[in-house]
Design a protein around this ligand. Structure first.
Ligand code: AMP
Ligand code: GLY
Length: 430
């Protein structure tokens, strides 16, 4: 493996807990790069300089990169990738970690991905593609329930409905295809058979035909304890996910990761970024639920602290096409992230509530900021649905969970809400 000199300055694009974790991991690089962020949040701004450029303002981000003489850009969220931020940066001669628009389509179009998976015989649920309601409703009648209705395009995690009854499924189809809920994202839909099992997030650093698999993790998507209530962006994670045994990971690599990376290359896409594969561990084996083309949030908060290898070297190698031969060091410790959200999320919630984090936190606890800002008095306040990622690192998941929850209880905020059972499934397996 040949590696060009590491970049001396890095811009992280985004404003969530994922980006705070990326910033911290890049700051920890022995290469000591200058790290900056746009637009960031109150916690990121306490660590590195932040610029006001919005994460989806491609032209301004490119201008910022040139103005600040940034040598490497790491893109957090999917929207700028789908808008072609990586394409524009590359045209300006700036290396970037994150796929170009052609690769970002793997997240921005669920139909595109489903067709790719089926073309290359990669395990995934059977599905039909529809653009008009009568045909979709007729197909629905031929399938068992529960059944899954998906808007084709980006919908901030809200475009998937797992319908338990026919009425619910029909209503979802009509909402997307007749009422225009989700706008252009829902003009075409997938109707997909429901898979059953445990989910796991497999994050893969991809560079063309080469890849390395990051530590395993499991997310908790529903808002309520016991996986109840509506889906969210993710309410908590832990890593490693012990349900993914080494044998199972080898099978996931053989049946899903390797053929997916090969398929993407075969389609002429030079993908350099994170391929985040949502996998359902079914009784018939692992199957693909979805692709994302970025780091997961809050997966990143538990995956990066477990990396023993310098993150900057890994992302730079991927961006420069020099990943071949690289192996990752992974720490044996357990990480957990409990998302502290604003009460009401994922529906309407208040902003501007003061957050007080105690000076002294339990050992191994790191607070990643997501939806936070400073008020006129300089206090940290809530500024989004997911507010903090309370992350703990310890030699056992049990200890990590105890420390994370002790920190959650000690943080003062009138509108704080968090799940009490992050990691419970793995803990109860004993
Ligand atoms: P997606 O954005 O496609 O991952 O969907 C969001 C969530 O919906 C997933 O994390 C699953 O919990 C659920 N989901 C998606 N597709 C299916 C499926 N075919 N069967 C069961 N659940 C699904
Ligand atoms: N935590 C799931 C996601 O980032 O999409």
């Amino acid at each position: 493996m040949t590696t060009t000199a590491l970049p001396r300055s890095v811009l992280v694009v985004g404003s969530g807990g994922r980006e705070h974790a990326l910033v911290r991991a890049l700051l920890a690089s022995p290469a000591k790069p200058r790290v900056v962020c746009a637009p960031g949040n109150a916690g990121i701004a306490a660590d590195v300089p932040c610029f006001a450029e919005a994460a989806d303002d491609v032209a301004r981000l490119v201008a910022l990169t040139l103005r600040e003489k940034i040598e490497f850009v790491v893109v957090g969220p999917e929207v700028p990738l789908a808008l072609g931020l990586a394409d524009k940066l590359l045209q300006a001669g700036i290396p970037v970690y994150g796929p170009k628009a052609d690769g970002a389509r793997l997240e921005a179009s669920k139909i595109f991905t489903k067709q790719l998976l089926l073309k290359y015989s990669i395990p995934t649920a059977a599905a039909g593609v529809f653009g008009d309601a009568p045909a979709a409703l007729e197909y629905l009648r031929s399938r068992p329930v529960p059944i899954v209705i998906k808007a084709d395009g980006l919908a901030a995690g809200k475009g998937v409905i797992v319908a338990q009854t026919r009425d619910e499924a029909e209503a979802a189809v009509r909402a997307m295809l007749e009422t225009g809920k989700f706008g252009a994202s829902g003009r075409q839909i997938l109707i997909e058979d429901c898979l059953h099992g445990e989910e796991t997030s497999i994050l893969v650093v991809v560079s063309g035909r080469d890849y390395v698999i990051l530590p395993t993790s499991q997310d908790h998507k529903r808002i309520g304890d016991g996986d109840t209530g509506p889906n969210t962006g993710g309410m908590g994670t832990y890593s490693p996910a012990d349900v993914v045994t080494p044998e199972l990971l080898a099978r996931i690599e053989r049946d899903i990761v390797a053929p997916s990376v090969a398929a993407i290359g075969a389609e002429g896409i030079d993908f350099r970024g994170t391929l985040f594969i949502g996998v359902m561990l079914t009784a018939q084996g692992p199957q693909v639920l979805e692709f994302n083309t970025r780091f997961g949030d809050p997966e990143t908060q538990v995956v990066l602290p477990r990396l023993a290898t310098d993150l900057l070297s890994v992302l730079w190698a991927a961006a420069k096409g020099q990943l071949r031969g690289m192996t990752l060091g992974i720490k044996p410790d357990h990480a957990i992230c409990v998302v502290m959200a604003a009460k009401g999320y994922p529906d309407a919630y208040a902003k501007g509530d003061v957050i007080r984090v105690p000076e002294k936190l339990p050992p191994g606890v790191t607070i990643y900021h997501a939806g936070t800002a400073r008020n006129a008095e300089g206090e940290i306040v809530t500024n989004g649905g997911r507010v903090l990622g309370v992350t703990a690192f310890a030699s056992t998941l049990q200890q990590a969970a105890a420390n994370a929850y002790a920190a959650c209880d000690a943080i003062e905020c009138p509108s704080k809400y968090f799940r009490r059972d992050i990691g419970a499934r793995q803990l109860s397996r004993g």
